[in-house]
Write a protein that binds this ligand. Structure first.
Ligand code: AMP
Length: 302
């Protein structure tokens, strides 16, 4: 089924103990779409400047990624730069240059308004809501990502947007910050009162947890020998999660459990190389093989 994603399409500069890239295609919507397109066609809503060339367009074109909603305006694209410490669990943001992203007013092309699976990537909460208002059919599933910046600066707008969504996909710090509750299970119950009925907590190297009022599901991070660059892992996780659900076309306990595994699979591949490099070379066969390894990794009998 159709999957729509709004978020950043950017140029990133990344530095980790394994190397450095000065300028590579990034942005949350890019990672999300590249991951999700392995499962289902993706429609992107985003903005870029005139520095987004035919070369970048070609990266998306060869895949099931629709760019009808990618607005291009004069000026520079969003630019982000970050550096990781030795053990890669801390990231220092060196630059966030909004550029054309500062004036972003998402506009859905006519061909997108029937989208049934929607992912509202990490942008201003009132813009996330404006995307939902443009959708004409009742969506099957609406997911949302946000970050500490919006939790602190636009809490009222975020609360309003949360009333309209089904799945909140955030990390553990954000879960605690949003609810003022350290215990994640108790935090989930507070989030359910805000609107979402499913909470997916991304916990980096500790895996991810899905909390639903009727069940809990935990998935580990895949034990990798080499992690080169964690950038975009969370967005690729969300892409694998939503992409799988959109391809299944049904949201129930079974599909949600599998979606968590596919989210982890896509996140784990992303960190093996710099930026989007690994996602570009990834095959459906590799995805299935790693999903089977997840199954063996976590299977036991009592
Ligand atoms: P993650 O590692 O999951 O936090 O995602 C990193 C990606 O998010 C990078 O490719 C950045 O271009 C993008 N990004 C970083 N900061 C922001 C922001 N404030 N708003 C939107 N996208 C961002």
């Amino acid at each position: 089924m159709s999957l729509l994603a709004v978020g950043s399409v950017a140029f990133d500069a990344i530095e980790t103990p394994f190397g450095k890239v000065e300028r590579t295609l990034g942005g949350a919507a890019s990672y999300f779409a590249l991951a999700a397109s392995h499962f289902t066609p993706v429609r992107i809503v985003a903005i870029v400047g005139d520095d987004f060339s035919a070369k970048e367009r070609a990266i998306f074109r060869g895949r099931r990624i629709d760019l009808a909603g990618l607005e291009q305006v004069p000026g520079k694209s969003f630019f982000w730069s970050g550096r990781y410490n030795q053990n890669m669990n801390e990231r220092l943001t060196l630059a966030t240059e909004l550029n054309v992203f500062a004036g972003f007013q998402p506009k859905l092309p006519e061909s997108y308004v029937d989208s049934s699976f929607i992912f509202l990537g990490n942008i201003q909460p009132n813009l996330q809501l404006s995307v939902l208002k443009q959708v004409r059919r009742k969506p099957a599933l609406i997911g949302l990502d946000t970050m500490n910046y919006w939790i602190e600066r636009t809490p009222a707008d975020l609360r309003e947007t949360l009333k309209h969504i089904h799945v909140l996909v955030i990390n553990d710090d954000e879960t605690r910050q949003l609810t003022g509750e350290h215990n994640l299970t108790r935090a989930a119950h507070k989030i359910f009162k805000m609107g979402p009925r499913i909470l997916v907590i991304k916990r980096g190297e500790h895996g991810a947890l899905l909390v639903h009022s009727k069940f809990l599901f935990a998935v580990p991070a895949f034990p990798l020998e080499e992690v080169r660059d964690p950038t975009g892992a969370g967005d690729a996780f969300a892409g694998g999660f939503m992409g799988y659900l959109a391809s299944a076309g049904r949201v129930n306990e079974k599909t949600l459990r599998c979606a968590m595994v596919y989210g982890s699979v896509l996140g784990s591949f992303t960190v093996e190389r710099f930026g989007i490099e690994r996602l570009l070379k990834l095959t459906r066969k590799e995805i299935s093989a790693r999903a089977r390894r997840f199954s063996r990794l976590t299977s036991f009998q009592l």
